[in-house]
Design a protein around this ligand. Structure first.
Ligand code: NAD
Ligand code: ZN
Length: 341
């Protein structure tokens, strides 16, 4: 089968011919229709320090996808051939305390599809049936293929009550702008999002942000004054991974504010702890998606009218994958989809 794999320990990704993956008793064989390129795939593509330490070479990469069930192991229940599915890319152990308590997103033995084991950028993918999620008929293949990052946005945004609250999102990457749309949809008052990339700030406006602020040219204090927010933000969603953005966020939070952190900083980050202590801030780390509560919420949010369509800015045939990786690297994109059928 055709696949995109990390063939060499250097920058790049290669279109290769791979054996069709083998299925175990509890697995599904999925024929992939569409995949999306994640920020993680870009780290792997660019072969940064983290990838060099983490990714086995050679390996098929990718973990954002939609496809169709074409075969299943003999122990699988609850799926049928022809089901349209996406899937949770975090494979959990099932035997640690958190797994046994139903908190699979906190499994200490998690490993990742397309990171620690063969991924979805291929004509066929095998995953445990437990990890698959059936996509309702009225949700398009395009949207289904981005459920993994959409789930990061939903998990983060729904960590705290947003109804009537003022929300600050730092980082207008694909996940930040989806979180902005979710925050508005569920009833936040002002949703202010920051970035230093005007293309992405423009997408954030299309997704419903109250204000999209380029912090390299505009001051958040001015924006807050203009919006009549004298006290600060109630909820912060850190989605840039940039230390300066996190420090700014802590400074702009109201007393008693709540911060959910998804962005992964690439270096040690010093903060002003007095902001946390004297304001009584609550800070929560977010990893992945809740299994599978976040997945049900995603489907329901879309069925309830949440419009994510502006976030998908590019689609390519898989043979033109290089264009997809180039546009992702340029920063002039939202989600980029590769078509396999
Ligand atoms: P992304 O890199 O596309 O987006 C980050 C954005 O932050 C970019 O648009 C960048 O221009 C912007 N930025 C840079 N400097 C900034 C500043 N000073 N202020 C505000 N914004 C600034 O990433 P993404 O795919 O949208 O993901 C968001 C973050 O979440 C990344 O850090 C990613 O690594 C992380 N992530 C975490 C998890 C998890 O499970 N915790 C899962 C997926 C992604
Ligand atoms: Zn576990």
């Amino acid at each position: 089968m055709k696949a995109l794999s990390k063939q060499h320990s250097e920058k790049g990704i290669w279109l290769t011919e791979e054996p069709k993956p083998e299925m175990g008793h509890n697995d599904l064989l999925i024929k992939i229709r569409k995949t999306a390129i994640c920020g993680t795939d870009m780290h792997i593509y660019n072969w940064d320090e983290w990838s060099q330490k983490t990714i086995p070479v050679p390996m098929v990469v990718g973990h954002e996808y939609v496809g169709e069930v074409v075969d299943m192991g003999q122990e699988v229940r609850g799926f049928e051939i022809g089901d349209r599915v996406s899937g949770e890319g975090h494979i959990t152990c099932g035997h640690c305390r958190n797994c046994r308590a139903g908190r699979r997103h906190l499994c200490r033995n998690t490993y990742g599809v397309g990171v620690n084991r063969s991924g979805a950028f291929a004509e066929y993918l095998v995953i445990p049936a437990f990890n698959a999620f059936k996509i309702p008929d009225n949700i398009s293949d395009e949207l289904a293929s981005i459920f993994d990052p959409f789930g990061n946005a939903v998990h983060t945004a729904l960590s705290f009550d947003l109804v009537g609250e003022d929300v600050l999102i730092t980082g207008a990457g694909p996940i930040g702008i989806m979180a902005a749309a979710v925050a508005r949809h569920v009833g936040a008052r002002h949703v202010v999002i920051t970035d230093i990339n005007d293309y992405r700030l423009d997408l954030a406006r299309q997704m419903g942000a109250t204000r999209a602020v380029n912090v390299s040219t505009e001051s958040l204090d001015d924006v807050m004054e203009e919006l009549g927010m004298s006290e600060g933000f109630d909820v912060g969603l850190e989605m840039s991974g940039v230390p300066m953005a996190f420090r700014d966020m802590l400074d702009k939070m109201n007393h008693g504010g709540k911060v959910a952190m998804l962005g992964i900083p690439s270096e040690d980050t010093a903060i002003d702890w007095n902001q946390v202590i004297f304001k009584g801030l609550v800070i929560k780390g977010i990893y992945g998606r809740e299994m599978f509560e976040t997945w049900y919420k995603m489907a329901s949010l879309i069925q309830g009218g949440l419009d994510l369509s502006p976030v998908i800015t590019h689609q390519f045939k898989v043979d033109d994958f290089q264009q997809g990786f180039d546009v992702m690297n340029s920063g002039q994109s939202g989600k980029v989809i590769l078509n396999w059928d």
